[in-house]
Design a protein around this ligand. Sequence first.
Ligand code: NAD
Length: 798
Amino acid sequence: MNRFNVRKVAVLGAGVMGAQIAAHLVNVRVPVVLFDLPAREGPKNGIVAKAVEGLKKLKPAPLGVAEDAALVGQANYEEHLDQLRDCDLVIEAIAERMDWKLDLYRRIAPVLAPHAIVASNTSGLSITKLSQALPEAVKPRFCGIHFFNPPRYMALVELIDTPTTRPEILDQLEAFVTTALGKSVVRAKDTPNFIANRVGIAGMLATMKEAETFGLTYDVVDDLTGKKLGRASSGTFRTADVVGLDTMAHVIRTLQDNLADDPFFPSYATPPVLARLMEQGALGQKSGAGFFKKVGRDILRLDPAKGDYVPAGGKADEIVARMLKKPPAERLKLLHDSKNPQAQFLWAILRDSFHYAAVHLADIAESARDVDFAMRWGFGVSQGPFELWQAAGWKQVAEWVRADIEAGKALSKAPLPGWVFEGPVAENGGVHRPEGSWSAAESRWVPRRELPVYERQPFRENVFGAAAADPLKSGEEVFRNDEVRVWSRDGEVLVASITAKLHLISPTVVEGLQKALELAESRYQGLVLWSPDDVFSAGANLEALMPVFMKSGAKGIEPEVKKLQDLMLRLRYAAVPVVAAVRGIALGGGCELALYSARRVAAMESYMGLVEVGVGLVPAGGGLADLARRAAEHATAAGANADILAFLREGFTAAAMAKVGTSALESRKFGYLADSDIVVPHKDELLHVASAQVRAMAESGWRAPARRPFPVAGRSAIATIRAQLVNLRDGGFASAHDYHIASLIADVVCGGDVDAGSLVTEEYLMALERRHFVSLLEHPKTQERIMGMLQTGKPVRN
Ligand code: NAD
C-alpha cells in the first residue's frame, strides 16, 4: 500500500461540527483550512472568522489551548477554492441538505487533488446517493466520515463506504483517524443514521416512552439511566438537552422519512413533549431551556402535565440503586422480577434495547461488535447492548424478551431473529467469542479487522466475550507488591503500573517504583510508567500518611517526603531512560513523577498540575526544585543576563494557583511537558509510543543529564513576588493562608535567602520544600484543608 500522507485537510462548513473538527485537527497538529460561504457583507471570510472566534469560548473546549484558534486557516468558496489543490483529505460538514451538498461537490470537483479523499460528515443522508453526483474519478475516493459532537471528546468516528469506494481508501482513512486524530473507528453500512445514532436514538425514544408508561419524572429517569446504569452521566433527557432538541428531532425525522418498513416504525414518532418544546423554541441547553432549565443556581425540570418548570432533584430509589450495583446476571434478574416501577422501567428499556439491536443487526452492521463499540464510543455506555445481554446470560434474557414480545409489552411485535435461539450464537451463549463476533447478515463469526495501525495498540479495546488480554495479567511479571506491578512485554522494556486507587502514591508505591528502577537498570533498556486505565496518578496518598502523622506529628512525615524526593532524583539520574506515559490526571506527586522522568509521552486528554495548594501544602516531591532548575536552564539558554524571574513566572503562577492543564497542550503551556515531549492522540497507542521512546533513547546511547548546580533568582526576586502577592491578598483575591503558601512557594523557587545568581543544587531546594511542607502540616488552616479534602473530595477555601 502506498503511504497515505495527510499534509493538509480542508473542512468544508464552519458550523457546529466543521469548526470543531477543524479545531481538533489543530490540536493534533494536522494543518487545516476551514471553508464556508462568502459573507454577504464585510470581509468575505466573515462567516469562517466568526466561527473560529467562537471556538475560543465554546464549552467543553474544542481546542487544547484557545490561542491555537489562530492555526485554523480561513477560506471561502468564492476566493480560495484553489487552496483545495494541496489538500489530501476534504471533510464536508455543511448543512444537512442533499441538494446543497451536491452543488458544493460539483463546485469543488475540478480543483481536488487527483489522490484526495473526500468524505462527508452527514448524519443522515445516504453516502451512496451523495457519491452519485461526483465525477467518476472522485467516486472511488469518496466515503462517509461521521464524527460525534463534541468531536474532540467523543471517541467514535463511523466510516461508511459506497459500492464504488476503493477498499484501501477506507483502510487509509481508518489509520489516519485512529493514529493522527486519536478516534476509534467503526465501519458502518450505508443505512439511515448509520449505527450509533440508529440504535442510540431509538434507545432514547424508547426510554422516553417507557418513562411515560411507568410515570417517572425526567430527573429520576436521568438518575436511573446515567452512571448507575453504566451510561453517560447526563442520562437521557439531559443528554437530549445537551445534543440540542432540534438536532435530535432531525435524526428522528431521518428515521421517520426512511424507515417506513421498519417493524419499530411506530416508535419513531416524535414524542409530543419534544414537539411542544420545539414549538416554544426550547431547544435544550443552547436556548437555555429544554427538558430542564437552569434558573440561577437551581435546576428545574419540565412538568409536562403543568406545562411549566418545577424544582428537579428526584433520584432513583435506594433499593433500585442497589440492584444496579450487582453483577449483570443478578442485576437483570432483580430488575426483571421486581414490582418496583423504577426497576420495571429499567428492565423495559434494556429489553427494548436488546430487542431492537437483535432485530436490526443484519441490516445495519457487519457484526454485533460494531453495534457494541458504536454505543460505547458514540454514546458513552460502558457496555453495548449485545455484550450486556451476553454477560447477563444469553438464553435466559432471550426468553424474557420473547415472553414480553408475545405478551405485547415490547415496542414492536417483531419476533427475535432465529439465530438468537438456535445455532452458533445460542450454543456460544452470546454474539461474541474470541475468534470474532456474530454477523447476522453473513451467519458467521467475523474477526476484527487487522490493519497495521492496530499493531500500535498492544491492548486494543475489546468487547465482553472476546477474551481480551488483561494488561495487568499480561507479559512477564518480575515484581509486584500491593500497589505496583512491574512487568515486561518483550524482555527489553520494563513497565511499572501503579495499581492503587487513583494511583495515589503511598510509601508502598514509592518502594515499588524504587524496585522497578533497580530491575530496569540491571536487565532492561529502560522503564515505562504506564497504567491501563485513564488516571496517571492523583498524587500523594495523604490518608496513608495519617497514622504516621497521628503518632509522630508533622516531623514524622518528613522522612516519608524525603523518600519521595529521593525517588524523583533516582528517576532523573537513573542509568536507563524512564518514560512517563501520562493519561488523564497527573496531579501533585503524580505530576512530579512525570516531571522527573527522562521524557513524557502524554495522551491528548492529559490534565497535569501541581495542586498541593488546594490542600494547604507546597509541592514537595521535587516539583518546585524542578521548576527552579528549568527556569535557570531557560534563562541561561536565553543569554548571559537573562532574568531568571521572567522564566519562573508561568510555573510559579501555575503552582501558586493550583492550575491544571485542561489538555496535554495546556499542560505543556504551564511547563509540565517539555517541547520535546510527545503528545499522543489515541490513548491506546500510549504504551506503544512510550516503549518505542525507551528503545530509541537506549539505542541512541541515552545518558542521564549531568548533575550540576544552577543559579537561582534569590531574595530580591522573592521580595518582588511577595509585593505582588500582597496586592492580591489585600484586593481580596487570595486568602491570608493562600498568601502564606504562595510566599513559601516563592521562597523555594527563588532559592531562599540568597543573592541573585547564587548556585544551588536540587537537594538544597528539596530541603527547602520539605521544611515548608512540614511547617504547613502543623498549620491549622492546612489541616482544615486536608481534612475537608479527605472527607468530601472538594477543596476547602479558607
Ligand atoms: P450547522 O448548521 O451548524 O452548519 C452548517 C454550515 O453549512 C454553516 O456554517 C453554513 O454556513 C454552511 N452552509 C449552509 N448552506 C450551505 C451551502 N448551500 N453551501 C455551503 N455551505 C453551506 O450544521 P452542523 O450541525 O455543523 O452539521 C453539519 C453536518 O454535520 C451535517 O451534515 C450534519 O448532519 C452533520 N453532523 C452534525 C452533528 C451535530 O451534532 N450537529 C453531528 C454529526 C454530524
